[in-house]
Design a protein around this ligand. Sequence first.
Ligand SMILES: [Zn+2]
Ligand SMILES: [Zn+2]
Length: 339
Amino acid sequence: MTSVVRTLPIRLVPLPGEALDSWLAALAHRSAVDLRGILTAAGPSLSSSSGLAPDYTTYLADEEAERLSWATGVPARRLHAMTLRQYDGLALALMAQRRLVQRFTLWGRSIGSRSCPQCLAEQDGRWPLRWRLTWSMACTRHRVLLAHTCATCGARPHSRSSLASRIHPRNCSARKPSGGSDLGASGVFCGADLIEAAVLALTPDSPVLAAQEWIDDLLTQAEGEAAGNRLRSVFGDLAVVASRVLLRAEPGDFQLYGQKIDQARVAYGNDWRYAPVDAAVLAGPLTRAVEIVRDYSSDASLTTARMLADRDAAATNKPTIDRVRGRTRIGSSGLEGLF
Ligand SMILES: [Zn+2]
Ligand SMILES: [Zn+2]
């Protein structure tokens, strides 16, 4: 290992909960090299001929973690905790060898990361790993829905990174459309400051924030040592119930959470197969799902279940939930009874 891996002269301590690509970009920026300069220092298996860095934030193999650890001085165990691997089988399902998140299972989110602009401003542009998850829709600290695109170019931030990128993680690293001669200060990359992304403010008593706090507790458990099958069941239930709520949603269903959240869902439609990328679309179905999964025997849950059953019956003679369940099984017996 030591014959191909060299230690980097500049060290940078990862922030608690930081995503691997955020830390790598910050390290490259501080070292005044491009991302290739960091990754090739960690050995041949970390280099790429495609021009794009492999998505190590989704999955880092054990040997890759050892090499990167040697080069950077950060323990391999810590590096693994900066990837989605820790949520595999609990809050998402990976196709590990391809470094992909399965979209059909647990409503997986495949590329890019949401963000809270105020958090980015306060943390000098460093990105928490959780923002990559379907389950992160709001920042409970700043009481906003998370952004999902760059306000300048429309790209989804923190998709695959270019090896030639020297962009600071708070700036958009999406490539500009080809053919342009304006290389600007940030070269061929967009470079927009992502702390300027537009977000939707939530009121302090917003049910969306309460739902996010409940989910955040689950994610904290998932990141712990003793996470088990119960968590997988809970996230499975959330995926099934949220997708069914979205499938049968009608205008006005989510007015309680805010007019713009209801309008965003109406504009999006009822496509339940994949988790909505836009947090404003996701917020209604997911918040409703949390309310049901938290207490499936409450009056509100029973009312929602009856309403969904009525809408199913009106839409088709064949219960659609069977098809939804085919992708993600309901885990808890109480919900089986409810649906
Ligand atoms: Zn925030
Ligand atoms: Zn951009």
